[in-house]
Design a protein around this ligand. Structure first.
Ligand code: VGL
Ligand code: ZN
Length: 199
């Protein structure tokens, strides 16, 4: 089975959102058109409580994009984004959600961030997505979404470690580039780990 895995196509990552990723809205029509080619479509959603430790606003004296240590792990501080049950956490309105079979949420534990759709950043807890995909006999994942240099990258690396074949559709991913070159480095890293980058 071949599954399309859509990463965090939520309003807060779209232009005008709290953590806007440039060009993220351009992904939506591309993935809608790809959907009929797949046996199964699965999506992740960033799904934080208001008091999440990745929000700069929850660390007095700290600013957005500062680096801290959160429960023993390095953590970039972000604007408040994808708060559970808010409009910012909803899928982009033009995404054809009717074909999505399952949504896996991540980032609910206030003390740890979760860029990968499979595990939190400390690999302490699983979201259940890997187990579920294997139970559906999925062997190959085609991944699209945001952000190339965060959630897409860590999802791809975990998918490879979990034994899935992984394709990444370049035109259907967008990144943050907090540091110039972050997206290019993320693509190199994913490719070196065994992901196939498709155009
Ligand atoms: C993401 C930063 C914080 C992402 C989520 O979806 O790439 N990035 N939370
Ligand atoms: Zn987040």
């Amino acid at each position: 089975m071949k599954a399309l895995l859509l990463i965090d196509l939520q309003n807060d990552f779209m232009p005008g959102g709290a953590l806007a990723v440039p060009g993220a809205d351009e992904i939506i029509p591309i993935v809608n058109n790809l959907m009929p080619q797949f046996d199964l479509i699965v999506a992740t959603q960033d799904w934080h409580p208001e008091d999440h430790g990745s929000f700069a606003a929850n660390h007095p004296g700290k600013s957005v994009y500062d680096q801290i240590v959160l429960d023993g792990l390095p953590q970039t501080l972000w604007p408040v984004h994808c708060v559970q049950n808010t409009n910012g956490a909803s899928f982009a309105p033009d995404l054809d959600t009717r074909r999505i079979t399952r949504v896996f949420s991540k980032g609910m534990n206030q003390r740890i961030d979760s860029y990968s759709g499979f595990f939190d950043n400390g690999h302490r807890a699983s979201t259940g997505m890997g187990e579920w995909l294997k139970a559906q006999n999925v062997s190959e994942l085609t991944i699209a979404g945001v952000a190339t240099d965060y959630c897409v990258k860590f999802t791809v690396l975990d998918a490879l470690k979990e034994g899935f074949r992984v394709n990444l559709i370049l035109e259907a991913c967008r990144g943050v580039n907090l540091q110039p070159g972050d997206v290019a480095r993320a693509l190199d890293e994913m490719q070196a780990a065994g992901a196939v980058i498709l155009h």
